[in-house]
Ligand binder design. Structure first.
Ligand code: COA
Length: 431
């Protein structure tokens, strides 16, 4: 009988050889965020001159995304499920597209063949004795896409941390490219005085024993700074970063009180520095699962005292949250915000928290706005929103009338804008 070790050898190729199977007009799904396989993406981009109309589907692109750079548009069309620093210009200049979709539902775009997948490029660890590889820091949509794809090409990287949870077997892979390479890292954000005050306000809402979801950025990280005195916190989060490691090492995060997946850090992807990657490597308490499990509001809602903490660009006086557009420009994406807002709403004792600085542009723009920018999307609806937090306080909007919401939101806006917000709210009949 031929065992997997023999089949493994048959699948070994160079990156250049592996990407030769990609044809013009194929749809290529790339492993997510810090799990992107740099060697495979570079080999694909090197074929730009001989390819046309290859669609590259990616969510948070943490690499240089050369396929989305100006001059590449004939070869590659970028389809962003989230817009980030390296892809924003392409989407703005119409060389790329943005496709709105709740993160929890992205796998179904592939499995229901709404977006049939030809090729998946991803990173895996070397196999264990049974031939199973860990997907390291990106399971999310990457594993479901791989299970649907015509061809699965992996960069096998021994520097990728071996995380628990979902795995992929060598038999599911088409080509294997052995290449050790340092992972893409997310540097810890700058946390200023405003973020610290917001963090402190948010932390005041979090009880001992709560399970947390934390979004990306300075505010979620600032919240963690104020949780040092809490007890027995748990993590069930779309992603987590270095801040969680510090609280785990300090004994604050134990996952003991989680209602499901007790004792485990559960997430769908990870972004951070080597400190995070070393913490999760071979750690039996860290489990990553596809995003249609982790971000499923029904799963999230089973946790008692589930706290979701996310940020926004603007909140209007009715409580509508815009977390993704600056005017008509797509700045980021919906990600898992609504998945977790809805999950936390279902949770007994749960709270969903939208935390944002009261102003933008050096204090010139109020982020608590009479209405959202013309052309901006509603990310979290006024029916879903619960707590909104700024450096000036906490507005609890659930069960509040439109009039009471407007008052509560004006009370946490920057003092410089309160008068004008009140005048405009009155003029529009909100108050
Ligand atoms: N009008 C004009 N500009 C605005 C603005 C507004 N209302 N609000 C923010 N900006 C500007 C800021 O000044 C900043 O500009 P700068 O980079 O030149 O300083 C920029 O937009 C980004 O704002 P910032 O508050 O720093 O963003 P962030 O990096 O903290 O990210 C979100 C905030 C909302 C974009 C981000 O959390 C997000 O994409 N959320 C949606 C997805 C999500 O919640 N996922 C959760 C699960 S992980």
């Amino acid at each position: 009988m031929i065992n997997w070790k023999t089949r493994y050898r048959d699948k070994l190729v160079s990156a250049e050889q592996a990407v030769r199977c990609i044809n013009s007009r194929d749809r290529v799904v790339v492993g997510h965020a810090c799990g992107e396989p740099p060697a495979l993406v570079a080999a694909l981009v090197a074929r730009a001159h001989e390819l046309s109309g290859v669609e590259i589907v990616h969510m948070v692109a943490m690499g240089p995304a050369k396929y989305a750079q100006s001059g590449m548009e004939e070869s590659f069309r970028h389809n962003a499920l989230f817009v980030g620093g390296s892809t924003r210009k392409a989407v703005e200049e119409k060389r790329g597209d943005y496709t709105p979709c709740f993160f929890s539902e992205v796998p179904r775009l592939f499995t229901d063949k709404v977006l049939p997948v030809d090729i998946v490029l991803l990173q895996v660890t070397p196999p264990d004795e049974s031939g199973y590889c860990s997907l390291g820091v990106s399971v999310d949509y990457t594993l479901p896409a791989a299970q649907e794809a015509g061809k699965v090409i992996v960069q096998m990287n021994s520097l990728l941390p071996r995380t628990g949870g979902a795995k992929i077997h060598l038999d599911e892979l088409t080509y294997i490219v052995e290449k050790d390479e340092p992972l893409i890292e997310l540097k810890p954000p700058q946390i200023g005085e405003i973020e610290k005050k917001i963090g402190e306000n948010v932390a005041s809402l979090i009880p001992d024993g709560a399970t947390l979801q934390l979004g990306i950025g300075a505010i979620p990280d600032a919240v963690l700074l104020f949780l040092k005195e809490k007890k027995d916190l748990g993590i069930h989060s779309e992603m987590f970063s270095d801040g969680v490691v510090f609280l785990a090492e300090a004994g604050v995060i134990t996952n003991r009180k989680k209602t499901i997946n007790q004792g485990k850090f559960t997430a769908t992807f990870l972004m951070g520095t080597r400190k995070l990657y070393d913490f999760v490597d071979g750690n039996p308490d860290v489990e990553l699962y596809p995003v249609d499990y982790i971000n499923d509001p029904y799963v999230i809602g089973q946790h008692e005292n589930m706290m979701s903490i996310n940020s926004a660009l603007q909140v209007d006086l009715m409580g509508q949250v815009n977390a993704e557009m600056i005017g008509t420009k797509q700045f980021s994406g919906i990600g898992g915000q609504v998945d977790f807002v809805r999950g936390a709403s279902r949770s007994r004792g749960g709270k969903s928290i939208i935390a944002l600085p009261s102003t933008a542009a050096g204090g010139k723009i109020s982020r608590i706005a009479v209405e959202l920018d013309r052309g901006a999307a509603v990310s979290t609806s006024r029916n879903d929103v619960h707590y909104v937090v700024t450096e000036y306080g906490i507005a609890d909007l659930r069960g509040k009338s439109l009039r009471a919401r407007a008052q509560a939101l004006i009370a946490i806006s920057h003092p410089e804008f309160r008068k004008i917000l009140m005048v405009e709210a009155e003029a529009r009949g909100l108050i």
